[in-house]
Design a protein around this ligand. Structure first.
Ligand code: S3P
Ligand code: PEP
Length: 431
């Protein structure tokens, strides 16, 4: 399915933020790893969170869901002996489960998105699992991947953090369940470091003890622990909301998004600070972000690693800013659903934006006068590319058509409904 995005000068109204994808995947996993009954209030519904639901069910968890909560009977440290798992296109779900299936005799992760997740590297995690005595079969570090666990051991584990934080999160989820104590040493740099704060927060809520150094580069994990069944409540999602906030920032708007916690550990809450630096009129009080956009924005410089999943939305806002913006320290955007530097900037250029790339940087020469539009956009299987190009389309002179925009459902299936509710002129069309 494609989406046509028509120029829309005004956005008005209020929406509740979607539920956080990163917290939902983590709570589902923590609940599955606990023996007994856990409850998750307001879990996200999207392809990625559904992938985690499906896989933990395959691994032996029992799930019962109604409109506002999911009740899970976990399998503790004894997942069912399953042969095959399908994570769809969900990177974090794959990496976390590659860790957990170190407890299973032999599981193959199939490759259902050869042009997206199928191209993403997992070598650093494969290497770390090898140090734990887990045999891994793979295609040059890529899917399909077979994990032969069962005999996994703790001890001293080194893992590189220079491509993704998800490898480290995977180890933090599984090592407490091993008989031995572990120490985890992060080699090189740790990208998306803030996300590790979310992993540690969830593990603590599940009663797991981890001793982390302040810089998150080394960890001491006592073995023989048990996840406790408990009750979780999922907070609102900043990465998805960032796109709606960017849309409000580039239009004449009066838009409120509810349920966005000011004290959240999600790095992407930086969207609020970045829009403020861009001089967009907004307030953030009582978990409500209120944007009263006048369409005028100033350029900004920002370390994108602090808010990895909101950078594309920030860049879309910068397309219309006065001056040149720079988003640096973003190389790992290249290893996501698509190459979020080269592929994304190519689509932005098609729409009329003036952008440049470096290996680890996005530079945007703003065009406050607007961009031409009138083009077809390739979504590259990437929900965040779809959301960001929509922001650009709202302020383009001619409509843009985003091909295969249904991939937005990876994280935010109701994105276009939310925009329509705010008055955006967007329509689904069959190919
Ligand atoms: O741990 C997680 O849930 C995630 C970590 C981040 O990935 P990287 O660590 O690969 O940057 C983020 O981009 C992804 O959407 C979700
Ligand atoms: C990169 C993302 O997700 P994942 O790595 O889990 O596929 C994302 O949600 O933008």
């Amino acid at each position: 399915m494609d989406v046509i995005v028509n120029p829309t000068p005004n956005l008005n109204g209020e929406i509740g933020a979607l539920s956080s994808k990163n917290y939902t995947t983590r709570y589902l996993l923590a609940a599955a790893l606990a023996e007994g009954t856990s409850t998750i209030h307001f879990p996200a519904h999207s392809e990625d969170s559904d992938a985690m639901r499906r896989c933990i069910r395959d691994l032996g968890a029992v799930l019962e869901e109604d409109d506002s909560k999911i009740v899970i009977q976990g399998f503790g440290s004894h997942p069912r002996d399953v042969r095959e798992l399908n994570v769809g296109n969900a990177g974090a779900v794959l990496r976390f489960l590659m860790g957990v299936t170190a407890l299973c005799p032999e599981v193959t992760f199939v490759n259902t998105y050869p042009d997206s997740l199928g191209k993403r590297p997992h070598d650093d995690l494969i290497d770390a699992l090898g140090q734990m005595g887990v045999q891994v079969e793979h295609q040059q570090g890529r899917l399909p991947i077979t994990i032969k666990g069962g005999q996994a051991k703790g001890g001293h584990i080194r893992v590189s953090g220079s491509v993704s934080s998800q490898y480290l999160s995977a180890l933090l989820f599984v090592t407490p369940l091993l008989a031995e104590d572990s120490t985890i040493e992060v080699l090189n740099d740790l990208k998306s470091k803030v996300v590790i704060g979310q992993t540690l927060e969830v593990l603590e809520q599940a009663g797991i003890i981890i001793h982390a150094s302040d810089d998150y580069m080394s960890f001491r994990v006592p073995g023989g622990q048990a996840y406790k069944p408990t009750t979780y409540t999922v907070q609102g999602d900043y990465p998805g909301s960032a796109a709606v906030l960017a849309a409000a920032a580039v239009t004449q708007s009066d838009v409120k998004i509810l349920r966005l916690m000011e004290q959240s550990k999600q790095g992407e809450r930086a969207i609020v600070d970045v829009l403020r630096m861009m001089e967009v009129p907004l307030t953030h009080e009582n978990d409500v972000v209120h944007v009263q956009g006048n369409g005028r924005l100033k350029a900004v410089e920002f370390d994108g690693d602090a808010a990895t999943d909101a950078v594309l939305a920030m860049v879309a806002a910068a397309v219309f800013a006065e001056g040149t913006s720079r988003f640096y320290n973003v190389e790992n955007l290249r290893y996501k659903e698509c190459d979020r530097i080269t592929d994304y900037l190519n689509e932005l250029r098609k729409a009329g934006a003036n952008v440049e790339e470096r290996q680890a940087e996005i530079i945007v020469h703003g065009r406050p006068e607007g961009v031409e539009g009138g083009v077809e956009i390739n979504a590259h299987y990437d929900h965040r590319v779809i959301m960001a190009l929509t922001v650009v389309g709202l302020r383009a002179k001619q409509p843009i058509r985003i091909r295969d925009a249904h991939h937005v459902a990876k994280s935010y299936p109701q994105y276009f409904d939310h925009l329509q509710a705010l008055g955006a002129s967007v329509q689904w069309v069959k190919e």
